[in-house]
Structures are given as C-alpha cells and as structure tokens.
Design a protein around this ligand. Structure first.
Ligand SMILES: Cc1cc2nc3c(=O)[nH]c(=O)nc-3n(C[C@H](O)[C@H](O)[C@H](O)COP(=O)(O)OP(=O)(O)OC[C@H]3O[C@@H](n4cnc5c(N)ncnc54)[C@H](O)[C@@H]3O)c2cc1C
Length: 487
C-alpha cells in the first residue's frame, strides 16, 4: 500500500503529497519538518522518544533560571537562510551578546575568545616565548612521517606549544583518547586555526576597527537556547506538522532495498507508521541496528565499532545573584576533569530571579565510568572540590545540585572511524525510503546552524513522488564537509 496522502491544495486542486516521518525532534528533525510543511512538500509527522522537543539543544528551568544542556550559543557565521529564519522565528527575543569567557592556561586566566592585549598580558611568559620559538622554527621543523593523525597534523601546523598545552589535553579529556588515536577529520572540523599565524590573524580581528559587527559576539534567545527549537516546533505545528513524543523508535521495516515503515514503542504499545520517506536524525549506530531484516554482518560490525562520547551536566544552584561576570570558563588542561563551566544567567543577562544563580559544569564521561553512576549529591560535592582547585571556591550556600546525562554528546573520530562510516553510509545510500542527516544521523561534529542547514538540504532533495534526488543529495553532502565547529 502506498502511504501517499491525497490533500486538497487551494491553488492547484487535489494533488498527492508524500508522507514523511521525521525521526528525532532535535534541531535537525524540527528544521526539516518546519521547512517541508512550510513549502507544502509533504505531510509530516515527527517522532521522538523524549517528552519535549530540542534534543541536545533543549532548555529547561531550574528555580526560574533558563538552563541549557551545557554552554550553547547561536553563532553569527550561520548560513544566511538559516540566520534569517532564526531571526524571524525569535524576533526581538534573539539577543546579540558579547562573548565574555575565560580560559585556564598554566594556572592563569586568559580572556576567551583570545584578545591580543589581554593574551600578551596574561599568558604565562614561558608559554609566549615557546610559541614564538615554534613560529620561528616552523620552516625548519621536519614534517611527521606515516599516516597522518590529529596529533601529527596539529604538531606540524601549530607546533608543540599550543598542541601540548591546549589541544592535546583537551581532546584527551573530551574524547577519552590520546591525540594520536584520533583522526585528522577532527582537526579539520574542530580546530579553528591551522597555524599560529592564522590564530594570530583571528585574534587581530578582535581589535577595534578590524572587528565586524558580530566579531566576538553570539546570538542567544531571551528564554534560553531551547527557545530556538521551541519556536521552530511551534511554527511547524502551525503549518500542520504532527508530533508524537514518548515514541521510542524500535524498528525500521525494510522490504529488500526499500524502507516501508517505522515502528515505535509508545504508552499504548507498538505502533507501525507506514511512510513514503523517513528522515532519520537519530544516532546512525542505533538506526543501523534497528533495520529489519538486518543489514549484512559487515555493516553491523562497522556500526558496533563506532562510538559516541557521553557527558554529565552538573547544575549547582547557589544562593547568590551572580557567581562570576563570565558566561563560560574553559578548562583544556587535565588538572580538572571538567571541560567547561557556564553560568546561564550571564548568557541572556538575566537579573531575575534575585538571590540565586546556577553553575553548569560539563563533565565528559561514558556509561560505565565511575562518575556516570554517582548521585547528584556526590557529583555536587566533587564539583565544589574541582572549583576550589581552580581558585573558584564556592563560598555561598548551595541550595541543591541536579544533573542531566547525554549519551550522545560527541561523535568520536577515532582512527578507522571514516572507513567504518563510509561502509555504513554507502549501504544506507542504496536504500530507498530513508535519508539520514543531523549530528547523530551523519556522525557529524556540528553546531545547531549546521543541523538546520542539513535539514533544509534534506527537504530540498525530496521529490514530489516521495523519493530522493540522490545526485542533489550527494552535492549537499559535499557541502556539509565544509562545516566547521565554533566553540
Ligand atoms: C555540550 C554541548 C555543547 C554544544 N554547544 C553548542 C553551541 O554552543 N552552539 C551550537 O550551535 N551547537 C552546540 N552544540 C551542538 C548542538 O547541540 C547540536 O548541533 C544539535 O543538538 C544537533 O541537533 P540534531 O537534531 O542533529 O541532534 P539531537 O539534538 O541530538 O537530536 C536527536 C533527537 O533524536 C531523538 N532520538 C534518539 N534516539 C531515538 C529513538 N530511538 N527513538 C526516538 N527518538 C530518538 C533524541 O531524543 C533527540 O531529540 C553543543 C552540543 C553539546 C553536546
């Protein structure tokens, strides 16, 4: 049975619109649903196991304070179409805010993003001298031999000072792997300057006169980062999109080379949803394991070899108006297990509620690690200890501590991931009736604006018969490889 729905179109009379089921109500799924419905390309239903929209980009409230799942900013480098839509969706609620963070290096605090005068004044003199040495000796340094890795590419491009003091400990902490166990792709996607001179140029653009109106700034919604996904969800609903929350995807039904339906486990039991096209933004590894009949053994084996890094977010609620003036503190060094800490009230410049603030810590960790099973109280105590070690002692009363756990915070680009990914990708691309995209769907280090851009591209390649223009999708996929993560 074909799932295509007959709909009445005011302008053209009766015509068929394909039924698209979107798996996942994170930014990628929501943006796809919104744009498909707005352009009347499809009849859309979104399925998510969570009780609310947003995925990793959602917000929630603690004691009246809007909190995100770790530090989230909307970056002004977003593609113009995405930027225009987000501005339209949020209106006056989208604030343009100055970035005001600090990074801990060699026991000192330096403004982040780096500013030339501040960096010269605050960076440890031995660090600056060593950096200058790296720049002077770069033309004479031999290039690393053998298969390039994250470690060799950074050492060759940036030199040992920045690599050893900043990037290497940071990735060890973030991914739980040594830098020479990580793929070059990670450097391409996440390292903002490939040489010291490029980093210096970036810093120079922070100088008054050279700065663009958005240099050193970020967009942030008045009611938390999650307001972006909430507004997208509300607009999609207005255009007729249906949402099923509490719907865990359990099975992707395939008939030879064609996916026919998706199955969910819901409060009332198992439900089958026949579809012309499935847009999947759920983790690629889960997707592959749910396809029935199962893919060939080599595809399942490749999926088993791919790993997402998890993260615990610890929210300490303090009885004070403000803990520091900074939006975020960055901790690249291994002396603390935290990677970053943010104070949500400083993102939207909230002055209310009075007498209380929240400090959100990001603790990279996986299920099975000792931290993963600790209670909120234990993690709160550990967090206070780590802050004291960082010269940020908590001297005000702690009202309470709560946590959230993300199982899929970061895709891990270990050596060999690319081969495994390509194997899965080629197999999935041969299937009809399913298209995977988004951070989890394409195993992509990305920002929210990239998730939106991928979703718009997916909507673009949907044909009126419910099929996918695979050549056009291949062209979009090539564009996605140019996405660079902003921190
Ligand atoms: C700590 C951290 C900080 C970040 N900071 C920034 C930032 O400053 N700026 C920025 O732009 N981006 C930032 N990001 C990235 C941003 O969160 C992602 O780009 C965005 O969430 C990706 O959207 P997505 O829809 O692709 O995936 P997700 O947001 O992960 O959404 C996937 C959805 O799929 C659902 N799902 C999964 N499995 C199933 C299943 N079996 N059944 C049903 N539903 C399922 C999930 O519930 C979820 O809603 C950050 C990410 C992290 C982890």
């Amino acid at each position: 049975m074909n799932a295509t729905q007959q709909v009445i179109d005011a302008g053209t009379g009766t015509r068929a619109r394909p039924i698209v089921r979107v798996l996942g109500a994170g930014p990628a799924g929501l943006a796809a649903a919104y744009t498909l419905a707005k352009t009347s390309k499809a009849s859309v239903e979104v399925l998510d196991r969570a009780a609310f929209p947003g995925g990793n980009a959602a917000s929630f409230q603690i004691e009246g304070i809007c909190c995100d799942l770790g530090s989230h900013r909307f970056h002004p480098v977003a593609d113009p179409e995405v930027m225009a839509d987000v501005k339209e969706l949020l209106g006056d609620d989208l604030l343009l805010r100055p970035r005001h963070g600090r990074i801990r290096l060699g026991g000192r605090w330096v403004h982040f993003p780096l500013k030339p005068a501040d960096a010269m004044r605050r960076l440890p003199p031995s660090f600056v001298a060593s950096l200058m040495g790296d720049m002077a000796t770069k033309p004479f340094r031999g290039k690393s031999q053998g298969e390039p890795t994250f470690s060799s590419v950074l050492n060759d491009g940036l030199g040992p000072t920045i690599s050893d003091n900043f990037y290497f400990p940071y990735v060890r902490k973030l991914f739980g792997l040594d830098p020479d166990e990580l793929a070059v792709t990670l450097a391409e996607r996440r390292v903002s300057g490939s040489s010291v001179s490029k980093i210096l140029m970036k810093m120079a653009r922070m100088l008054p006169g050279l700065a663009s109106p958005t240099t050193g700034k970020f967009y942030y919604p008045r009611r938390g980062f999650g307001q972006i996904v909430e507004a997208t969800e509300a607009a999609a609903r207005q255009h007729g999109v249906r949402f099923r929350y509490g719907a865990e995807i359990t099975r992707i039904e395939r008939d030879g080379g064609r996916v026919r339906a998706v199955w969910t486990r819901e409060a009332e039991g198992e439900v089958r949803h026949e579809s012309d096209q499935i847009f999947s933004t759920i983790p690629l590894t889960r997707l592959v394991n749910m396809i029935d009949p199962a893919p060939p053994a080599e595809i399942l084996e490749a999926a088993a070899g791919m790993r997402f890094r998890g993260m615990i977010l610890i929210y300490l609620v303090l009885e004070t108006d403000q803990f520091t003036e900074y939006d975020a503190h960055y901790f690249p060094e291994l002396s603390t297990p935290l990677s970053r800490m943010s104070e949500p009230k400083n993102y939207n410049a909230a002055t209310e509620p009075k007498g209380v603030t929240v400090l959100c810590a990001e603790l990279p960790s996986d299920p099975g690690d000792p931290w993963w099973d600790m209670t909120d109280e234990e993690l709160g105590e550990a967090y206070k200890g780590w802050l004291a070690d960082l010269d940020l002692p908590v001297t005000v009363p702690v009202r309470h501590c709560e946590t959230r756990r993300l199982r899929q915070a970061y895709p891990v680009y270990d050596l060999g991931y690319e081969e495994r990914f390509d194997l899965i990708d080629e197999w999935l691309m041969r299937l009809d009736g399913i298209l995977n995209f988004g951070r989890q769907g394409l195993f992509a280090h990305d920002n929210t604006h990239h998730a939106f851009a991928m979703a718009y591209a997916a909507a673009d390649v949907l044909r009126s018969d419910g099929g996918i223009d695979k050549d056009a999708w291949a062209a979009h996929r090539a564009e996605f490889t140019t996405h660079r993560v902003e921190d």
